[in-house]
Design a protein around this ligand. Structure first.
Ligand code: SAM
Length: 731
């Protein structure tokens, strides 16, 4: 017995090497680097779609040698009819008395693991559940179910079904029921042409003028209940003529917010490049490259004639041309964006957080743990800029020659900003006092987390030479404590109590609590912060938020809403969700390192602004209406939320995309979801109406969207998070 495996037999490692050099022409990547030809061969998976041109006698029983042949031409998998080629390619007209050939693709010809890994099951071409011929539609439905069952029987991981029509409600109904109710998971690739003329039912009438392929797909996935993009994906089949929606960037972009599983490329698309190599035309190449978001996407070659049936070399050229088209894409994106290049980003490994939902911290009502503080502290950028702000304030105050400045750090955590304040004193003295009459900073650190106080005391002895007065207290009690203990009033208060949406960690409420203790001249660092929003599209995020569920043993973990867990009649603790779990999921604000999304407007717009000190004691309740013009058909999932922070004068920190502080990873964007995706159209106006409400126990946002159609029609989405039932920031 040799040590060869089944897989080696099917897809041998020995491959035809001619053409490699030619294919690499123009590439600067040395062989052996992550994007070398060899690496690309194993990293980028190209499949072969079986068509009637492949059919040979007994092919349905010769799957193993057939795959081996394709493996020699560097195809990693095959999209093969799940019922076999005899059944798949029979003409609908030839279906004698509505009896199609039976499924006849014996399983034992391949090991189970090979079906799983190497075969994508293709639904028979003649199946058309939405045919106008109702008897044929019914026959198709029955047979689609048989093939879905056979996909499960073979244990395939992926299958492909072609979307043939502008409207496919019956096909969607079958799939919708299947994916939601069957306890067998495989990924469905919905094959969609990139030209409307290929869709049955399209006749170019005026009422279809606004129809596009994105809408056909978006309607179909909606009919499938927007099932998880892990299991329901679109496979774009690139056609020779690409309509506007696949060339105009703002329309192409929408696909970045969808779950794409594969690209199907027809063999007649290839042209000869300037070195005589096989390449894709530039429009197709740029479409493919702009949507190539991950090397786990699949490419599938579909031959459109049998001219090259026995020509392995040409098949090989096609597969390599496809790999070549995308092999450097991610490498270049990472290089351009400098992703993960900063020390902070590297340490935090931000890439791992892509599209992961995080609940915003509530550092006021909950005590942070050491690990969370440690994570904050990796982002040196934030602390450096805080240090610069304090230097600016010391310079201004110190200009009158005073000998001391009283600084309170409010919410000190483990003290990193304290260290920056003392360093600012040193820098100020060496720059402006030159060793004469040095300015002394009297530093107080106020912190309400008793655990962090342990660290602060340790830091005081070890690092700050006992220069710091540590006050273990909620800062809102500081005026009273200061009176009792005779503490001096601050010249400067420094705090960092900000969340991804600015005020959502209750900085305004905390800082208002110390106002009585301030001098009229006290400087607050920060002086001001503003939140911003932009409408976003992301089917993936919508699905992810909706799909969150609570395991039994977590049933009493407190929600983020107003209600608290209670002891149930059965003696077990439980957190109740009278509003329903899905509403609870959708009515919260999340923190997300956004990746699979697109903004639907060119810039953000401001929402709420807070200034400190708030000597006039003005209310922290807010109400804002933020309006955006929509320039394309899209599904609005909600809003990306950001903030910027004016620390002192022109010293700023920002996560607002156009002014983002370089290298700072302390805050990922906030996401304010809508309960359902809202279909918006070109020239619609959407208005986010958002309130910040405050009561004795806490703060919450309520929001909804008003959609104004060009016709004058107005659609209102339901009010979200009424009374803070799902998201309530406790004081
Ligand atoms: C976001 S953390 C920042 C910690 C630290 N300044 C840093 O930048 O690493 C906010 C800190 O403020 C503390 N905090 C929040 N509200 C407070 C309050 N009302 N009084 C005192 N400390 C508070 C929290 O316990 C936490 O340590």
């Amino acid at each position: 017995m040799s040590s060869r495996t089944y897989a080696d037999d099917l897809f041998p490692l020995e491959v035809i090497e001619q053409g490699e050099e030619q294919l690499s022409a123009g590439s600067s990547s040395p062989s052996g680097t992550p994007n070398s030809v060899d690496a690309a061969n194993s990293r980028i998976h190209v499949g072969w779609m079986t068509t009637p041109f492949d059919v040979e006698e007994n092919l349905d029983r010769q799957v193993a040698p057939y795959c081996t042949n394709l493996g020699e031409s560097k195809y990693n998998f095959v999209s093969f009819p799940v019922g076999g080629v005899v059944r798949a390619f029979c003409k609908p007209t030839a279906l004698s008395e509505h009896h199609p050939p039976v499924i006849d693709l014996p399983d034992v010809q391949l090991a189970n693991s090979l079906w799983e890994t190497y075969i994508n099951g293709k639904v028979s071409e003649w199946i058309d559940c939405d045919s106008e011929d109702l008897a044929f539609a019914t026959l198709s439905e029955e047979n689609l179910l048989k093939e879905l069952n056979y996909v499960c029987y073979l244990g395939l991981q992926t299958m492909t079904i072609e979307l043939k029509r502008v409207n496919s409600p019956r096909t969607a109904a079958i799939l919708n029921k299947w994916i939601w109710t069957r306890n067998s998971r495989f990924t469905v690739w919905v094959q969609l042409p990139t030209c409307l003329e290929k869709c049955m039912g399209f006749n170019g009438q005026t009422n279809e003028k606004s129809l596009d392929l994105w809408t056909i797909w978006a309607d179909f996935r909606k009919l499938c209940g927007n099932f998880s993009g892990m299991y329901l994906q679109v496979a774009l089949s690139l056609s020779a003529n690409l309509p506007n929606e696949f060339t105009e960037p703002k329309l192409v972009e929408r696909w970045k917010a969808e779950s794409i599983g594969a690209f199907i490329v027809e063999s007649d698309l290839f042209i000869t490049g300037k070195f005589g190599e096989t390449v894709l035309p530039s429009a197709h190449l740029s479409l493919l490259q702009s949507l190539w978001s991950s090397d786990s996407l699949r490419l599938v070659l579909r031959a459109v004639n049998d001219v090259f049936k026995y020509n392995k070399a040409v098949k090989f050229e096609w597969s390599q041309a496809l790999r070549h088209a995308v092999r450097d894409v991610l490498f270049k994106i990472q290089k351009c964006s400098g992703e993960s290049s900063t020390d902070s980003a590297h340490y935090l490994n931000v890439i791992e957080y892509k599209d992961v939902l995080q609940a915003p911290l509530q550092p006021l009502s909950e005590n942070l743990d050491s690990g969370v503080y440690n994570t904050f502290e990796q982002d040196q950028t934030k602390y450096v800029v805080y240090g610069e702000a304090v230097e600016g304030a010391l310079k201004d105050l110190g200009a009158d020659g005073r000998k001391s400045v009283v600084v309170y750090l409010l919410g000190g955590g483990r003290g990193p900003i304290g260290t920056k304040i003392l360093r600012a004193e040193k820098i100020y003295n060496s720059t402006f006092r030159k060793g004469r009459d040095p300015l002394k900073v009297k530093l107080y650190i106020v912190e309400k987390n008793p655990n962090a106080i342990v660290t602060l005391k340790y830091m005081n002895v070890r690092t700050w030479k006992r220069r710091v007065t540590i006050v273990e207290s909620d800062m809102r009690s500081l005026p009273r404590i200061a009176r009792d203990r005779g503490l001096e009033q601050p010249d400067i208060i420094v705090s960092e109590l900000l969340g991804s949406f600015g005020d959502n960690e209750l900085s305004p409420e905390c800082l208002d609590g110390v106002t009585d203790f301030l001098k009229p001249t006290t400087i607050s660092i920060p002086q001001k912060y503003t939140s911003y929003v932009v409408p976003i599209m992301s089917t993936h995020l919508h699905q992810t938020i909706k799909a969150q569920s609570i395991p039994f043993l977590s049933r009493a973990i407190p929600s983020h809403g107003r209600a608290e867990p209670e002891l149930d009649e059965d003696g077990m603790w439980i957190q109740k969700y009278p509003q329903g779990h899905v509403v609870n999921n959708m009515d919260q604000i999340y923190v997300v390192y956004l990746s699979k999304y697109i903004p639907l407007f060119s810039s953000t717009k401001p929402v709420f602004t807070f200034e400190h000190p708030n000597f006039t004691n003005s209310s922290n309740e807010r109400s804002a209406t933020v309006e955006f013009d929509i320039d394309r058909k899209a599904d609005l999932m909600g809003f990306g939320g950001y903030f910027d922070l004016q620390l002192y004068k022109n010293v700023m920190l920002s996560i607002e995309p156009s002014t983002h502080t370089p290298g700072m990873v302390s805050w990922f964007p906030a996401v304010i979801p809508l309960r359902d995706q809202l279909r918006v159209g070109e020239n619609d106006k959407i208005r986010l109406k958002i309130d910040r409400k405050v009561d004795a126990g806490g703060v919450w946002y309520e929001w909804h969207v008003e959609q104004l159609k060009p016709s004058g029609d107005v659609i209102n989405t339901p009010l979200q998070n009424p009374n803070g039932q799902s998201y309530y920031m406790r004081m």
